[in-house]
Design a protein around this ligand. Structure first.
Ligand code: ZN
Length: 409
């Protein structure tokens, strides 16, 4: 049958184009196999969170090898069984890195920044900037960088290879406890992985010290976005709670590393926890809360795009990923770059002879001062000028996005 159709097509085409040299070409085409491309598609996904727009941007997968050494205090047989029952290879653990970009219409907030330009986990990581570009988001548009903690895969993307901030207009939010712990030069003398972590944290956090807002427990880093202390994995590990309309979402950083192991056995201790026992208790308490409140969870190391919910199952939990919808537009999904509103400050910075006052007013340091002032007098309303300036920061694109995603409900 197929041969008949091919003969028919050849005859038709030959008739249409006069038959010159077409038949040998078609015969070759029919015999050729499609080449293996080995080209990775861009790693980003867009959906909406209430009235906000949420874009998940991958910094690549961390391929961290056998599971047993990562969870050394737990019986190996149980780890192997849990992973094999979920069709996962106990010899090869993959931790995706999902950086979340939340556009509230007034501010653009980036949660965690990946491993950065040094790529200590190999060349397939450190893809945040490339994937932001693929998603149509410019680094200059990020107003807030919120770091869950001071580890390699969360704060090493703050500074670029040129020594300058990757997000030049952003303030940086991290807990004071983690900032002080991971930038403490004295810890370098001890050597080992702690020294490596401290060197990297110093390289990324010290150059932006004057634009840091300490995100200690309860501090609002942007309207409706609050730091929640979740200590244990690090001394100042922080979740970020997002309130939008009647929805609540929680960015959990490294509060849980694995969507099977830490759900089925929440008390499993992780090798790189600063205080493993505290980390396990924090995780258990927070998982109970997330399950009870049916909170939308934004999980950094769970399978891309890391959006879902936690449900309680007896003493354990289960991860229920939110479906990845691509059909919202009714067309084949195509990731067309989204053009965000450019910030007024950037235009002034680029324009020769622009007022230096305007640049200062929009600088990250000024932004930190404004936010701190807001905390000092919570009842004070922003001036009309300030409100219109912040409204100009970014525009929200259609919730039925280029990827055709639908809202998280
Ligand atoms: Zn991590």
């Amino acid at each position: 049958m197929a041969a008949d159709i091919l003969r028919l097509r050849r005859r038709e085409v030959a008739r249409l184009v006069g038959g010159f040299a077409v038949l040998p070409l078609l015969a070759e085409e029919a015999a050729a196999a499609a080449p293996i491309t080995r080209v990775r598609p861009p790693g980003w996904y867009r959906t909406s969170l209430g009235d906000y727009e949420l874009t998940v941007v991958s910094d690549g997968d961390l391929d961290v090898g056998e599971a047993a050494p990562l969870f050394p205090a737990h019986p190996k047989e149980d780890l192997v069984q849990l992973l094999e029952n979920s069709f996962l290879d106990p010899k090869r653990t993959i931790f995706p890195q999902n950086c979340f970009v939340l556009n509230t219409g007034k501010e653009v907030i980036l949660f965690d920044t990946g491993v950065g330009y040094t790529r200590p986990f190999g060349p397939k990581t450190g893809t945040l900037l490339a994937n932001l570009a693929a998603a149509g988001i410019e680094p200059e548009q990020i107003d807030v960088v919120a770091c869950s903690h001071g580890h390699i895969d969360h704060c090493w993307g703050i500074i670029g290879g040129d020594g300058k901030p990757n997000f030049p207009n952003a303030k940086v939010c991290i807990s004071r406890a983690d900032f002080e712990f991971w930038t403490d030069e004295k810890k370098i003398a001890g050597g080992g992985w702690i020294a490596t972590f401290v060197e990297g944290a110093r390289r990324n956090l010290l150059p932006v010290k004057d634009r840091i807002q300490f995100a200690d427990d309860g501090v609002e880093i942007a309207p409706g976005i609050k730091a929640i202390a979740t200590p244990g994995h690090t001394v100042g590990h922080t979740n970020f709670e997002i309130e939008v309309g009647n929805r609540t979402a929680m960015f959990i950083g490294d509060m849980a590393h694995h969507y099977i192991l830490h759900m089925r056995r929440p008390l499993i201790e992780f090798a790189y926890d600063t205080n493993p026992k505290q980390s396990a208790q924090t995780r258990l308490a927070m998982l109970k809360r997330l399950a009870a409140e049916r909170t939308i969870v934004l999980a950094y190391h769970f399978p891309f795009p890391g959006i879902g919910r936690v449900v309680a199952e007896g003493e354990a939990f289960a991860w229920v990923p939110h479906p990845w919808h691509l059909h919202g537009t009714g067309r084949f999904p195509r990731p067309v770059p989204i053009v965000y509103g450019r910030k007024r400050a950037n235009r002034r910075q680029r324009r020769p002879g622009a007022s230096s006052r305007a640049v200062v007013a929009h600088s990250p340091r000024a932004k930190v001062r404004r936010v701190n002032a807001r905390h000092a007098s919570p009842g004070r309303m922003p001036s009309r000028r300030a409100a219109s300036r912040s409204a100009a920061t970014a525009s929200i694109t259609s919730s039925a996005s280029s990827t055709g995603a639908i809202a998280v409900r």
